[in-house]
Design a protein around this ligand. Structure first.
Ligand code: AMP
Length: 356
């Protein structure tokens, strides 16, 4: 097994958004340095990192210099070009593994992987043409959701099909992108598990959180989630199975639908996850530190929850309310340092700790 990276070592982070920022802050607490790689200057992570490389993902010289300057490479988003990963991998380990990225970058690969693991997923079919969509709809039935296989996030690249008559418009909305049709899951609520796996194969999961979405964007996460004891165990065990199957190192978010028949896996994210932000104020070691610990080869922290938390995202102009939120004794305010509050943009979040 590889030795843990000593304090003073450098974690290379691909992506300079708020997740990169909170990873960099966690690294700093452990005496580790963060080196951010992002095509845009002045992002949330750059403001708190030791170093930043501002360069494109096809800039071979910049990638090479970045790899040489860091001890391990990790990432805060999934859609990193394969060519960049190929190059980085020649110099430094990438954690989590390439396989986790490959699986989660493509909804069809992801669904197939989860199904092969014996996990419950929505009925699905690949759709590459209007004719494919008609055939898939005939098999799966409406209502259903058509999603692009790649580059979808926060509900983008999706079209709902309430009746077969909606098919043509839904296919047009995909703009010829390879897609997947998913049967509509009648869930009572949505939960997620933030799980971690260390280099030694140890697994630690945080308590499942209950997620409320609005306009495709996460609104709140509440812990504990409404789950029966057996469902809670199920959620954690299936997350462990996914982590082990991918020989994963780092933190992963697993989104689940809760149905009367059991848990259905919606999707996995091979990174720290918005629905895990509550851990910053509900656990001794939060998801960001947990990820840094894992990729640096350190022992994992304990995922146990010491407080109930409601995490609320501050979207767009909601962050303008910072002065009032700062006066609330039970609210932990986290702002991302973004200059401009555009509608739908995640500007920060607030963790409301429920005192016992
Ligand atoms: P996604 O981008 O796939 O996570 O989808 C965004 C949101 O759309 C989910 O959090 C659900 O609320 C909803 N959704 C996605 N897929 C399905 C499905 N197959 N059945 C019901 N709701 C879905």
């Amino acid at each position: 097994m590889t030795d843990p990276l000593a304090p003073g070592s450098t974690i290379g982070i691909l992506g300079g958004g708020q997740l990169g920022r909170m990873l960099a802050l966690a690294a700093a607490r452990l005496g580790l340095k963060a080196h951010i790689y992002d095509p845009a200057a002045g992002g949330p992570a750059e403001q708190v990192a030791d170093r930043t490389t501002v360069a494109a993902y096809d800039d071979a010289a910049a990638l090479q210099a970045f790899a040489r300057a860091v001890d391990v490479v990790t990432y805060e988003f999934e859609n990193i070009p394969t060519s960049a990963l190929d190059l980085l991998e020649q110099h430094r380990p990438i954690r989590p593994t390439r396989r986790a990225l490959a699986v989660s970058q493509d909804r069809l690969t992801e669904k197939t992987f989860l199904q092969d693991l014996g996990l419950e997923v929505a009925p699905f079919a690949a759709v590459d043409s209007a004719a494919d969509l008609d055939a898939a709809l005939a098999r799966i039935g409406a209502p259903a959701i058509l999603k692009t296989r790649r580059f979808g996030y926060d509900g983008k690249g999706q079209a709902r099909i309430m009746a077969p008559g909606d098919a043509a418009a839904a296919w047009a909305a995909m703009a010829d992108a390879p897609s997947v049709l998913e049967g509509f899951v009648r869930f009572s609520h949505e939960v997620s598990v933030i799980g971690a796996r260390g280099i030694d194969g140890a697994v630690a999961c945080f308590d499942p959180g209950e997620n409320l979405h609005e306009d495709g964007i996460l609104r709140t996460t509440t812990v504990p989630a409404r789950l029966r004891t057996a469902q809670r165990a199920d959620a954690v065990l299936l997350t462990g199975r996914i982590l082990n199957a991918l020989d994963y190192v780092g933190v992963m978010g697993v989104e689940l639908f809760v149905t009367p028949q059991g848990l259905v896996v919606n999707e996995i994210a091979p990174r720290v996850h918005n629905s895990g932000h509550w851990t910053q104020n509900g656990c001794v070691v939060d998801q960001f530190e947990q990820h840094i610990r894992a990729v640096a080869g350190w022992p994992l922290g304990d995922g146990a929850r010491h407080s109930d938390v409601v995490m609320e995202n501050l979207i767009g102009a909601e962050a303008d309310d910072w002065a009032r939120l700062a006066r609330d004794p039970d609210a932990a305010l986290h702002l991302y340092g973004k200059a401009e509050a555009r509608p739908g943009r995640k500007m920060g979040h607030v963790n409301r700790v429920v005192r016992r």
